[in-house]
Design a protein around this ligand. Structure first.
Ligand code: C2E
Ligand code: CA
Ligand code: CA
Length: 653
């Protein structure tokens, strides 16, 4: 029996030590018990047998004793008849019946049991024979007759006693045998009982001990699950925090700003929303001359001053670089807006103490106020346009967006130019490799659209995608991109091609049909095409889920782009119709040193593996980052380290 390990409720128990079931020693004991029980059964049979034999013996004795008594009586009767005959020779007639009776009984005794047989001696029998011959010879007087007569009397007198004594001795022996047998049986019974009790308690104790251990192991496992769950939740929270905050200043970031502004516009439709787009004036100079570290300090200080210049209920975000945005929901009119802008200007115009050097940083502010149907994108663009005007106009630091002067013509021009661009072959694709981090091989190329705008050079998506989205031109533009990408990919090797698709495109009713047509025309196998959609696209609208599922039915894979910048819930991943997750480059920037980010990447590696998804990490810019990612288990990456987006020749490499 194992008495060595007594598990305490809180001590770690190794599941290996959990032996369920009965041990070999217990099996051996059970075998002994079975043997004992078998012996007990045998002895019970023997006992019954002995009892039967005793009963049988007693009834034989009863019968034979009667015979012996009869023979004794017959002997006397025979002697009496002989005496009669000797007194009067005419009385011979009664001798023969007496003789017959006697020999009849003697024959019966002879045929019955051994004891009775042993009682009748040969001497007696020869005396009877002698008397018979004397009678036959009519000799009434010889000595031989007297002797025979005396022998018969003497011998027959002791028969019953002898018989009884011998029978009793025999019976005693039988009873003693039986008693011994019964004693053995009792001993066997007791032993079996004791052994059963012992075995049962032994098994009960082992089972109880195993049960206790199992309970400990179960609670251990449960607490492991709980802590794994909370680690995942923690990583998820962290991810969501990081996705919504700027790591340098701790202010909400662009994603948080967009969410907050959209909510403000939706919820407070009757109340005007005012956006202040603030851009530091001489930041670039300070940053370049005093270095990035001082530049970072300055940005932090600017963030602190900005936050304390506005009121509790106002929302401040870092938009990027040296741009900050303030959102207010209760500014009554232009005058109030200008007063708020002045406060911000005052706060940021005081000199910044940069380790003994005084830096004078000004700020330019563009103000936009919401109109009916304003969107977050459009308000920010309006405020941005006003800010540019503020910067460009000498002496003006604050400008209010003016719909007639600022936007309309610019937008209209761009929109028209973009519309023409699609038909006039001004769009082109650049390709960026997605590689296997282990062997460096590029297995996929991402197509990134560019606009070669006459007189403006090659424009990046950031410069025209907004207008393409707002005007709906994105549908046509996107179709061109997919078609161009598929045709180019079909002509080349077996690498896959990834194309970015926006929500507006997916909502287009013809999207899936167009896609099927493009695939057929280009001859590109569907499994070599990947459509990239952002997290917002997938989560925001239930409408895009259906087309995405149909896309996957075609055999085309779907990638979740810029993961970590949207709602960022790890828990949501398994419910989305995607095959690939692309972690946004925000998580890679400090991956070599930032432990929370490492934890997020690790959690994501495990989660995507469990969900059978491919994980690609974006924005890998150095070998150190690549190595860290490798050590965290990441298999696929994309970024300047492996290759910048380049024109078509990359495909034919
Ligand atoms: P994205 O899909 O996340 O594409 C990757 C962007 O990150 C590209 O910018 C690329 O040049 C940049 N990038 C790649 N590696 C690195 C790196 O190591 N470090 C840094 N800092 N950046 C890197 P790009 O070409 O300006 O595209 C910007 C975004 O425009 C894309 O982001 C995508 O969302 C969108 N886009 C591009 N082409 C299309 C298109 O055809 N259709 C749609 N709907 N959107 C597109
Ligand atoms: Ca992409
Ligand atoms: Ca991306």
């Amino acid at each position: 029996m194992d008495t060595s390990s007594k598990p305490a409720m809180n001590a770690e128990v190794d599941p290996q030590t959990l032996q369920v079931g009965i041990r070999p020693a217990q099996i051996a004991t059970s075998l002994i018990l079975v043997t004992l029980l078998a012996a007990l059964g045998m002895s019970a049979f023997r006992n019954a047998d002995a009892r039967d034999r005793e009963t049988e013996f007693l009834s034989t004795v009863e019968e034979t004793a009667t015979l012996v008594i009869s023979a004794q009586r017959d002997s006397l009767a025979f002697i009496d008849a002989i005496d009669d005959w000797r007194d009067n020779s005419r009385n011979i007639d009664s001798v023969w019946p007496a003789y017959e009776n006697l020999t009849g009984h003697l024959d019966q005794i002879d045929a019955s049991d051994e004891i009775a047989k042993s009682v009748i001696s040969p001497t007696y029998l020869s005396a009877v024979t002698e008397l018979e011959s004397a009678v036959k010879a009519q000799n009434t007087t010889s000595d031989a007759i007297n002797n025979a007569r005396a022998t018969i009397l003497r011998e027959s007198r002791g028969w019953l006693t002898t018989y009884q004594t011998t029978a009793v001795a025999e019976l005693k022996e039988l009873s003693e045998n039986r008693a011994t047998n019964e004693r053995n049986q009792a001993v066997l019974l007791l032993a079996s009982l004791a052994l059963s009790v012992w075995l049962l308690s032994w098994i009960a104790i082992s089972v109880a001990r195993t049960y206790r251990k199992a309970r400990v192991i179960i609670s251990q496992e449960e607490s492991k699950v709980v802590s794994a769950r909370s680690a995942l939740r923690h990583a998820s929270d962290q991810l969501s925090y990081q996705a919504h905050h700027d790591s340098l200043t701790g202010l909400p970031n662009r994603v948080a700003l967009m969410e907050n502004l959209s909510i403000a516009l939706n919820e407070k439709a009757q109340q005007p929303v005012t956006v202040f787009f603030c851009d530091l004036d001489r930041f670039k100079v300070v940053n370049d001359s005093l270095g990035h570290a001082i530049g970072d300090e300055l940005l932090i200080e600017a963030a602190v001053r900005l936050a304390s210049a506005v009121r509790e209920q106002d929302f401040v975000a870092r938009f990027g670089g040296d741009e900050f945005v303030v959102v207010c929901t209760d500014i009554e009119d232009n005058a109030a807006a200008l007063r708020m802008a002045e406060r911000i200007t005052r706060a940021l115009s005081k000199p910044f103490d940069m380790h003994g050097d005084e830096a004078f940083i000004g700020v330019s502010i563009g103000i936009a106020t919401s109109r009916i149907d304003s969107t977050a994108n459009q308000m920010l663009r309006d405020a941005d346009i006003a800010m540019y005007r503020a910067k460009a106009l000498p002496g003006a630091h604050i400008e209010v967006f003016d719909i007639t002067a600022d936007s309309y013509s610019v937008r209209f021009d761009t929109e028209n130019a973009l519309r023409r661009a699609i038909n006039n072959n001004q769009l082109l694709l650049h390709w960026q490799p997605i590689v296997n981090l282990k062997n460096g091989q590029a297995h996929t190329l991402e197509a990134l659209v560019r606009w070669d705008r006459p007189g403006a050079g090659i424009l990046l998506p950031a410069e025209f995608m907004g207008i393409a989205e707002d005007s709906g031109l994105i549908v046509e533009l996107g179709r061109w991109v997919i078609s161009a990408a598929c045709s180019a990919a079909a002509l080349t090797d077996d690498r896959s091609v990834a194309v970015n698709v926006s929500a507006r495109q997916l909502r287009d009713i013809r999207f899936v049909d167009d896609l099927r047509e493009i695939l057929a025309e280009s001859g590109l196998p569907p499994e070599r095409l990947i459509l990239e959609v952002t997290e917002h696209t997938v989560i925001d609208s239930a409408v895009v889920n259906a087309p995405l599922r149909r896309v996957r039915e075609l055999g085309v894979r779907v990638a979740l782009d810029d993961f970590g910048t949207g709602y960022s819930s790890l828990g949501l991943l398994n419910r989305l119709p995607v095959d690939i997750v692309k972690l946004d480059r925000a998580f890679v920037r400090e991956i070599t040193t930032n432990e929370p980010n490492q934890a997020i990447v690790k959690a994501l590696v495990q989660l995507t593996a469990a969900l059978n998804m491919m994980l690609i990490v974006e924005g890998v810019e150095s070998d150190a980052q690549r190595k860290t990612l490798r050590s965290l288990g990441v298999l696929h990456g994309q970024g300047y380290w492996f290759g910048q987006p380049e024109p078509g020749r990359i495909l034919t490499k």
